[in-house]
Design a binder for this molecule. Structure first.
Ligand code: FAD
Length: 406
């Protein structure tokens, strides 16, 4: 894909049909669909580059293998966008490095094996009929690097990973939206009709529609319009092993479902990630890394070592040293039910929310952006929207997780 010019501190437009706050994958995909719908769209991004906060720390994986029908449908929508990215954006031969090598969930617990049967049945009922339930032996026959301790597996070959950088810049290149870098939203002005303007550190943009797509900062941005969002932030790490010849290049994303540790091939090595429980945090521009993370996932003695289900990592640890490792951390932005908030914000006309993807914004953002724009232009209604903000309001508010997080 050729280089895309994004205006660095481009001239501030005085007026826009919609202003999107945040230039991560969620804001940029929303901008693409807004601009395709004929709206004069402006993205304000505080940082020096698009996609440089949470989006940059993603493991870049996508899956349809969720447990709720709503999320399955959302992710299938994104996978459709990824699969036809060149047609969708109009960029001929766009290469987003799409690798559909599958997601493989594994357990060594016989109790969990029973639950696997139920999960796969639910997925089949939701229309995801290509999820396979495998015994330990069937899984090992297909993926010989697996441990003899595994008793059951769930697998879907159409899941995989891609280059989020290419997706993000494909959306930029395929849209007519204006992307303003180093431009921070500082205020949202309201009048009797609702949203009236976005105040930035470089001046005011008059608009009747604002989209909050500020990732971990979404709570702060929504407060500018007097709205409190039920979002929690948790730090997550991603470890890159730059070179490791033991990693099978055709392996799927391989998940130890008993501990949450997962890895996949990347370049000449692999990416390894895990969600460790930590105290909720404040949003951060720079998320500090904990260098004990590599030991937690690579030391064969660690209870959550990647070698537990994939013994190759027990051999590989001898080959690893700090110069072969690259560690990064970012923040997951959670909602109480672990599903995103996509839609209008009741109470403030013109305020729209696209956030709270709970660790799945790279995969959910593209279809989430498409759906939000359908709501904005009135093609769909919030009463039929499973990701409506309304579900968190009132006495029947949904507060229980509907999805487990990796
Ligand atoms: C370690 C790790 C691994 C992950 N792996 C995956 C994965 O494999 N698959 C997946 O789907 N998801 C994954 N995720 C989650 C995914 O990265 C996020 O859900 C997604 O990147 C969120 O995108 P976003 O655009 O909402 O947020 P961000 O990328 O954080 O973008 C928000 C932007 O808003 C800007 N902003 C904030 N406040 C303002 C303001 N006042 N004015 C202007 N701009 C502002 C910020 O500067 C930022 O650029 C992972 C996350 C982590 C941390």
């Amino acid at each position: 894909m050729g280089q895309v010019m994004v205006p660095l501190k481009g001239e501030l437009p005085k007026i826009a049909d919609v202003v999107i706050v945040g230039g991560g994958i969620v804001g940029v995909s929303t901008a693409f669909f807004c601009s395709r719908a004929g709206l004069k769209t402006v993205v304000v991004e505080r940082r020096e580059a698009l996609g440089s906060l949470t989006t940059a720390s993603s493991t870049e994986c996508f899956r349809a293998q969720f447990e709720s029908a709503e999320n399955i449908e959302l992710m299938l929508g994104s996978i459709e966008i990824f699969s036809h990215f060149d047609e969708m954006t109009g960029i001929r031969d766009a290469d987003i490095s799409l690798r559909q090598q599958g997601y493989l969930y594994l357990t060594t617990e016989s109790q969990q094996a029973e639950i696997y049967g139920e999960i796969v049945e639910t997925q089949h009922k939701a229309g995801l009929t290509d999820v396979e339930l495998l015994s330990g032996d069937e899984a090992r026959a297909r993926f010989p690097y697996l441990s003899p301790q595994i008793v059951a597996a769930r697998y879907r070959g159409g899941d995989g990973w891609l280059s989020v950088h290419e997706v993000l810049y494909g959306f930029v290149k395929g849209s007519q939206a204006e992307f303003l870098l180093q431009t921070a939203a500082m205020g949202i002005a309201l009048d009797t009709e609702g949203v009236a303007a976005v105040e930035t550190d470089r001046g005011t943009i008059e608009t009747r529609r604002v989209v909050v797509a500020a990732g971990p900062f979404s709570r702060r941005v929504a407060r500018l319009a007097g709205v409190e969002l039920p979002l929690t932030l948790l730090r997550r790490h991603r470890l890159a092993v730059l070179r490791c010849d033991l990693v099978p290049r055709r392996a799927p994303l391989t998940i130890d479902d008993d501990t949450g540790v997962h890895w996949r091939p990347e370049g000449a090595g692999a990416l390894i990630a895990k969600a460790f429980e930590e105290e909720p945090e404040e949003p951060k521009e720079v998320v500090p890394r904990d260098w004990s993370f590599p030991a937690m996932v690579l030391d064969p003695q660690s209870p959550c070592s990647a070698g537990r289900v994939s013994p190759l990592w027990n051999r590989a640890t001898n080959l690893l040293n700090k110069s072969n490792l690259d560690l990064c951390a970012g923040q997951y932005t959670y909602t109480p039910d672990h599903m995103p908030i996509i839609g209008p914000c009741s109470g403030v006309a013109g305020l729209f929310l696209n956030t709270g993807y709970s660790g799945h914004g790279m995969m959910g953002g593209p279809e989430g952006g498409r759906r939000l724009v359908q709501l904005i232009v009135g093609k769909t209604s919030d009463s039929d929207n499973p990701f409506s903000f309304e579900r968190f309001l009132g006495p029947r508010a949904v507060l229980e997780p509907k999805e487990r997080i990796l």
